[in-house]
Design a protein. Structure first.
Length: 118
């Protein structure tokens, strides 16, 4: 099982990027998709995700700037990142999560680097 993340790169502050995460159809249909990031020296953190109920959840620092979406026909999740700040610099990971009662199974993509710098 592979999650293919892409779209990272170097962008100036205030710029935009769109990350993509392609998943096998069975994963895309059975798992909740999300994005996490890990900055140098910091722990991996949730950026945005679809909840079990199909709603969206964002970390406070990206609310109003980032949008998570999905294209069911393409089995692809996206993270549109606008008004990027230097503190958004991190490796971004695509995540697929499946919940069973209190248990959670996580699948991870390989990560794509986003660098926000002038």
């Amino acid at each position: 099982v592979q999650l293919q993340a892409s779209g990272g790169g170097l962008v100036q502050p205030g710029g935009s990027l769109r990350l993509s995460c392609a998943a096998p159809r069975i994963i895309f249909s059975m798992y909740s998709m999300g994005w996490y990031r890990q900055a140098p020296g910091k722990q991996r953190e949730l950026v945005a995700a679809f909840t079990r109920g199909g709603l969206t959840d964002y970390t406070d620092s990206v609310k109003g700037r980032f949008i998570i979406s999905r294209d069911n026909a393409r089995n692809t999740a996206y993270l549109q990142m606008n008004s990027l700040k230097p503190e958004d610099t991190a490796v971004y990971y695509c995540n697929a999560a499946r919940f069973s009662g209190a248990n959670r199974l996580d699948l991870w993509g390989q990560g794509t680097l986003v660098t926000v710098s002038s």
